[in-house]
Design a binder for this molecule. Sequence first.
Ligand code: FEO
Length: 162
Amino acid sequence: MLSKTMEDALNRQINRELYSSYLYLAMSAYFKAANLDGFAHWMRLQAEEEKVHGMKIYDYVIARGGKVMLQAIEAPKAKWASAGKVFEEVYTHEQKVTGMINTLVELAMKEKDHATFEMLQWFVREQVEEEENASAILVKIRMVGDVPGHLFCLDHELGERK
Ligand code: FEO
């Protein structure tokens, strides 16, 4: 059984994961419109991953006999100045999500909710990867130069994401 505090916090996180999905989908559309199909593909897969993150928590809340309470998803913006600016935002966003996961872990500890603590460990590990991926792509964009003409090879590489 989840405490009301834990249930509310997990429901908020479902919303933030679905917002992440929405944000990355907006970024995918931005790249598609800029003819950077590889970037668009990478971002679309990322959007799908975020939906999976949200659904992991959704399923967990139900498995614990809790109530899923879906809230309105904030609208993401639709325009960025460049590919580098997009990935700066992804990196910052993922750092924020890591902070949210850490806060949830601390709450689970405070509530002595071992099952939720254990479930969240997957997210703790996932966030290491999420930050690393965003930062690695940002470094590459800066290496080649943050202008569309220079991003061709990187676009091809990102298009290979499975
Ligand atoms: Fe669900 Fe990208 O963290």
